[in-house]
Design a protein around this ligand. Structure first.
Ligand SMILES: [Zn+2]
Length: 511
């Protein structure tokens, strides 16, 4: 194989990865983003560790990587501090010996208070530090957004191809591998052409799971496009609906050395996405909570899962909305049925500590939740017996058995996506009657376990009923919020950004 440079390329790794609801009153501080530095940045991924597929193909330099589960926006001061550390680290590494590449770890739906496009801002700032000759690559979440600024500033962009994201590791690896492969080419042939096509669709992830149509067939098209001669990568970013920024919508990108082909393929795939817009629907039968509870109680399917979707912490909900728990606790129908429900979870640090102090077997009368998001409902009383106290490095969880609900109270919000998230608290979700979880579509283990499942359209920062949120700053018209979308011209929205190999149709390449 020719083309490999004499010495290994130097590639810095850095980024801020967050999915932030601008409709949530929660904030995500720098501390919550748990920054890691140097070698610890690299420890997150297998592929560049000794023995990994890319270990010997580059000199990997960890700078700073910050990530958190979804939440609210980052305070401007906290973002400025993280950004300054990233830029300072990059500048030092670049001064030692010029960096050939930067791998940016981005989700794509971060928000900063007072700023619309964090990823675009960070990419521009990184570009200013490393200069025009360094290749910038990222592997994103398909719920992220790709502004034109981000598409122009980065050289290589790819994204997940599954939701739930079972391919997140291979996407990060593909972003790194594409970067290494392009750096093996001679200077002047490294940058692919990029076709960027914004599609004015804004849908919750629960309507766009790749387990169901039309997302299944649209995403299934991606590997075939990628395999074409002259194409490097293809992606569909379905976008993030719980932020109110001009960039929030779907984007299709195709990159490669054949500029005409990448433009043609991107327009074709974006057009297919647009034509399929009316087909998107919720992955689970949905309903208002009262109806869903009535159906769950009447059903013989056990366990019957109910998604408390409007406050899903992994989508950006504050996590401590009490609205659903309060209705569950006061449900006369549930009490009369003799059935029991598990509720996971309600975060409240002081209540969790009080429960832990009381200890297993003790009786508590806690006031929990609505410390961060009290808009839908006030704090709720949870009275019962403590059945579990579980301490971990970053959390404290207590289970309180009330008359008919086992309530998980956690010190900080966290997802409940695995069977072990329940069993380690002494809760047998597999044999439970009802399991109510703050989640959207069920993650694979819960999906497999659930005999019945309904998604309740509950209030919160990630309300699935987007029209209730009242977007003001997104581009219009936007499907499905606006009725009149007939004039949308997908080919006319396509932008071709030329790479090193140029291309006949590159009107925006130099702009
Ligand atoms: Zn996602």
């Amino acid at each position: 194989m020719g083309g490999m440079p004499d010495s290994l390329p130097r590639i810095a790794v850095c980024g801020i990865s967050l999915e932030a609801s601008t409709f949530s009153p929660a904030l995500t501080t720098a501390e919550m983003l748990a920054p890691r530095w140097g070698e610890d940045v690299l420890a997150a991924w297998e592929f560049w560790r000794p023995g990994g597929s890319l270990a010997h193909r580059a000199e990997w330099i960890g700078i700073l990587q910050a990530r958190s589960i979804a939440g609210g926006p980052i305070p401007a001061h906290d973002y400025d501090a993280l950004k300054a550390e990233i830029l300072g680290g990059l500048a030092r590494a670049h001064a030692e010996r010029p960096l050939d590449g930067v791998l940016l770890d981005l989700h794509g739906a971060a928000a900063v208070v007072g700023m619309d496009d964090m990823e675009g801002d960070l990419a521009l700032a990184v570009r200013r530090v490393v200069g025009p000759d360094t290749l910038l690559s990222t592997g994103m979440d398909l719920h992220g957004n790709v502004s034109r600024t981000l598409a122009e500033t980065l050289d290589l962009l790819t994204t997940y191809r599954t939701a739930p994201h079972v391919d997140w590791q291979e996407t990060k690896e593909r972003a790194a591998a594409n970067l290494v492969d392009r750096l093996a080419l001679p200077v002047g042939r490294r940058r692919p052409a990029k076709a960027w096509v914004p599609v004015p669709i804004l849908l919750p992830g629960e309507m766009t799971s790749t387990r169901q149509e039309p997302a299944a067939r649209l995403y299934a098209r991606v590997p075939g496009i990628e395999a074409l001669d002259g194409v490097l990568d293809a992606g569909i970013w379905i976008g993030y609906p719980w932020a109110d920024e001009p960039r929030n919508m779907a984007v299709v990108m195709v990159t490669g050395d054949d500029a005409d082909l990448v433009l043609e393929q991107a327009v074709a795939l974006a057009s297919e996405l647009w034509e399929a817009r009316e087909e998107f629907g919720f992955a689970a039968p949905v309903g208002q909570l009262d109806d869903v509870l009535a159906e769950a109680l009447a059903s013989t399917a056990r366990p019957f899962f109910v998604s408390d979707s409007g406050d899903n912490p992994t989508a950006g909900g504050a996590g401590d909305v009490t609205w659903t728990l309060a209705r569950l606790l006061e449900s006369r129908a549930l009490r009369d049925s003799g059935l029991r429900a598990i509720y996971a979870s309600i975060p409240d640090a002081s209540a969790a500590q009080e429960g832990a102090r009381t200890g297993v077997g003790g009786t508590v009368d806690l006031v929990v939740g609505a410390r961060v998001d009290d808009r839908p409902a006030p704090p709720v009383r949870v009275t019962g017996t403590v059945t579990a106290v579980e301490r971990s490095e970053d959390n404290l969880e207590v289970v309180v058995a009330t008359e008919s609900v086992d309530v998980v109270v956690s010190a900080v919000r966290r997802p409940y996506h695995l069977e072990s998230d329940f069993t380690r608290l002494g809760l047998d979700a597999r044999r439970a009657d009802l399991v109510v979880v703050k989640i959207g579509y069920l993650e694979p283990e819960l999906f497999e376990m659930a005999a019945g499942w309904r998604m309740a359209l509950t209030p919160g920062g990630v309300d699935q009923d987007l029209a209730r949120l009242g977007h003001r700053r997104i581009q219009r018209p936007m499907f499905p919020l606006d009725a009149d979308v007939d004039a949308v011209d997908i080919p006319g929205r396509a932008v071709l950004l030329a790479g090193d190999t140029g291309g006949a149709r590159a009107p925006d390449a130099l702009g």
